[in-house]
Design a protein around this ligand. Structure first.
Ligand SMILES: [Zn+2]
Length: 238
């Protein structure tokens, strides 16, 4: 009997958690004052991040998840403030767009000014930290998002293999252990690089609102799937 009454207590205690809509913290990478990377046509990465984060927030709400918007105004003070503002959420995703190291840059004239670009790197990447307090959920969510993105026709970049150890190669998930937003947190966390804005064709694709919606839908589906199988209570032990 004791076992069952204890089990019941655990079930009742976990019920509100199980039934509540997951709360997802969506973080816009970089800021107005530090724009991050620069695209092949001279746009700041922050603009791309802000756009996609907004579309992702809509897609998450459409799938009955709650959203906490982090740095949507672009005025956050520090890196550590991002996970701090996310505290209490169920999951954290940072939105970024990628560049390439200087050695690989080529140059062209765009709109009267010299800009740099690449032809060798494109595609998305998902990053997790082994030092995150919940690396299992972080990786499961990253894999789930990568799988949904691939199903929707998006292709992961293999380029990250030059600097990162694969966590789930097929789904484009890599370890990036020392990223502040991924490890100085209490939440499962993933950093998403949507694509390479230094790639001239991919830059234009990343600006396409229909494609942004498809990408956001795949991300939201992946997050919903991985959070739905999350262990919700501690195991019962006698
Ligand atoms: Zn970035």
């Amino acid at each position: 009997m004791r076992f069952f009454s204890k089990l019941l207590t655990v079930l009742v205690a976990s019920l509100p958690v199980a039934m509540a809509a997951p709360l997802v913290a969506v973080d816009v990478g970089h800021s107005l004052s530090d724009g991050g990377a620069t695209s092949a046509r001279g746009r700041s990465e922050f603009e791309f991040n802000r756009m996609l984060a907004g579309v992702l927030a809509d897609a998450l709400r459409e799938k009955q998840m709650a959203v906490r918007e982090i740095n949507f105004a672009g005025d956050i003070g520090s890196l550590i403030e991002r996970p701090q503002q996310a505290a209490g959420s169920d999951f954290f995703i940072a939105i970024h767009h990628d560049s390439i190291s200087e050695n690989w840059l080529k140059f062209w004239d765009w709109d009267g000014s010299e800009q740099s670009y690449t032809e060798v790197k494109r595609g998305f990447g998902l990053f997790v930290s082994a030092q995150n307090p919940d690396p299992k959920t972080s990786l499961r969510c990253a894999s789930s998002m990568g799988a949904m993105l691939r199903r929707a026709g998006f292709v992961p970049s293999a380029w990250h293999g030059r600097r990162h150890v694969a966590a789930d190669l097929a789904n484009g998930v890599w370890y990036y252990d020392n990223l502040v937003v991924l490890y100085r947190t209490t939440l499962p966390a993933v950093l998403f690089e949507a694509g390479v804005i230094k790639h001239r064709e991919e830059e234009l694709e990343l600006l396409d609102s229909e494609r942004q919606a498809r990408m956001a839908d795949a991300l939201a589906s992946g997050i919903a799937a991985c959070l739905s199988v999350r262990e919700k209570s501690a195991p019962v032990s006698e």
